[in-house]
Each structure stands twice: as structure tokens, then as C-alpha cells.
Write a protein that binds this ligand. Sequence first.
Ligand code: SF4
Length: 339
Amino acid sequence: MSPVYNLGFVLMTETIKPLLSVTQLYKSYPLAKGQCLHAVDGISLQVHAGEVLGLVGESGCGKSTLGRCLLRLTPISSGKIVFEGHDITHMKESVLRPLRARMQMVFQDSYASLNPRRRIGDLLAAPLQVHKAPQGTKRSPTLIQERLHELLDLVGLPPSTLHRYPHEFSGGQRQRINIARALTLSPRLVVADEPVSALDVSVQAQIINLFADLQERLGLTYVFIAHDLAVVRQISTRVAVMYLGTIVEIGLTDAVLLSPLHPYTQALTEAAPRPIVSVRRPLALRGDIPSPINRPPGCRFHTRCPIAQPRCQIEEPLLKNVAVEHQVACHFPENKTSY
Ligand code: SF4
């Protein structure tokens, strides 16, 4: 079931300062022979407190790199990142540390993100020991134990979890532990990078429900990265569609996924394994996603676009408003692809 949207949310996002704001963000990796891999190629977006921004796109489109850049887990090439009103783009790590407590990440690989040699209790307590209590004093062992029990209760795991090792848990249970660890320091923003894609479908539903429940109870804000559109629709307030390092369509979830205007979003929704809308025949994209080292000139989607026209090969389309809270980067967004 998709979230309920109302005009209040739209008006709110226009009047309240965003929790996270990114302007012209670039992240490239230099390669041999003077070449460059452009993973994130000039992205600007805002994330508002209390919303879930879903980030979708094919593998290699740059969505995971963008997620890491948002939290400054990887250095950016250029651009500006503002979190809670603080420009964190070039903030020193020592100054950034208190803010880091309020922005956390949940990774796809639940096993690799937990040290197999340490008990869960030690793993969950580590952030509390590194980041001192709000007053700057060290938390007592009793307070830490209380907090750990509270966290396990939040994610639906028994207290005995604290004494066990990561390999003793299933993938779903380990992801619950990862979520608990992300919540240890009471963050405001959580970036979840494909948090359910390695799980069985039945377990996926439980973890998505847990994310939704925690968001409601704790007032969290998520950037939710996934390639499964059904999963994204279930939890997101807004959706941003990425292609070759840039956003090609962004808007309220149902507007983007039920009435997509960019040909790439249309192809994604029509080809989804669990259909978002019923279609007579899914639209198959031509060819593979081009290399981010030599991206096509003009519209970067023109080599695969079924309605590309000569202008598309020359002029890069910019994100433009097509409705309230709905932007599309296409010269011909009104032309539906035919099938
Ligand atoms: S700008 Fe042209 S090539 Fe790009 S998506 Fe739109 S129609 Fe297709």
C-alpha cells in the first residue's frame, strides 16, 4: 500500500527548510589515460524532515554512490551538502562527528557490515561509547544496557541477541540488528542502501514494515535506495529516478510511478517484475546502459529512448516542473512511448 499524500505535505515542503539539501553534486573517479568515471553527475535535491525519498534506477546508475556522498562517507568532487542548516561539504571530521550521530546508513550486505568476531552487544554499544552522551559525559554501563534493550525491542529482537555473534542469525535478523545499530544515536536521517534486496520476499515485507513502523514512531527521515519499484512504492513519499549519474524524474510516489512522464521511468515501471501498473506488453529498452566514462552527448538516454528525436542528440534536457512537486528531464515529456 502506498503512503497517503495530501496538499499539506506539498505545502509543507515548500515552506519548511529541508533537512538535507544537495546542490550540483559531482562525484567522479579518475582512471588511467586521463579518463574519468562520472558516478554522480550534477545532482541537486532536497530531503524534508519526516519524508521518505526513494531512489531508483538500474545497477550502475550511481544511486549507491550518491547515498554515500549524502552522508559524506565518500569525498565528493564538487558541489554543496547542507544538513540541518550546516554546510558539511568541507567540514573537518572532528567538527562533523556530532552531526554524524544524526545521519546514519543501513547497508545491503547485512553480514559484511557486522564484525563477525564481536558479540552483538559490543557492536551496538560501540557508537554509544565513541559518541559521548548528549552532555559530553560518558554513559554508565547500566545506561548503555538499558539503551541496547530498548533498541532490540524497537526492532523486534529478544534481549538474548546481545550475547550472540552475527553468524548465529538469519539475513532478516541481521538486517534488524543493522537497523538497531543505525538507530543507536537517535538519528534524524537514515540512508538505506538496498536494505532488502538480499532477503527473501517474505522477509523483505517484514523489514519494509519495520522501516515504516520506525519512521512513524521515531519521526525518521529516509533516503531509501532500491531497484524494486514495488518496494519503493510501498514506503516512499517521493521518488527520484536516476540514470547515468543524474536524476531524470522526481516527484510524489504515485505521480512518478503510476503516471511516469520520462521514457526511462515508463520503461522501468512497465518492466518491473511485480508490475506497478498493468500493461499489455512491457516496453523493452534497446541496448545496455552506456558507460559512465563516455556518456552520450545531449540527452544521456537518447541511445535507448524509443521516442528520441534529433534535438535529443545535441541538447541535454534539464529537470523542469511539469506539475506540483513533479519534475522531469526530457524535451518531450508529454509524448507517451508506444507499445
Ligand atoms: S530528451 Fe529525447 S532522448 Fe531524452 S528522454 Fe526525452 S525524448 Fe528521450
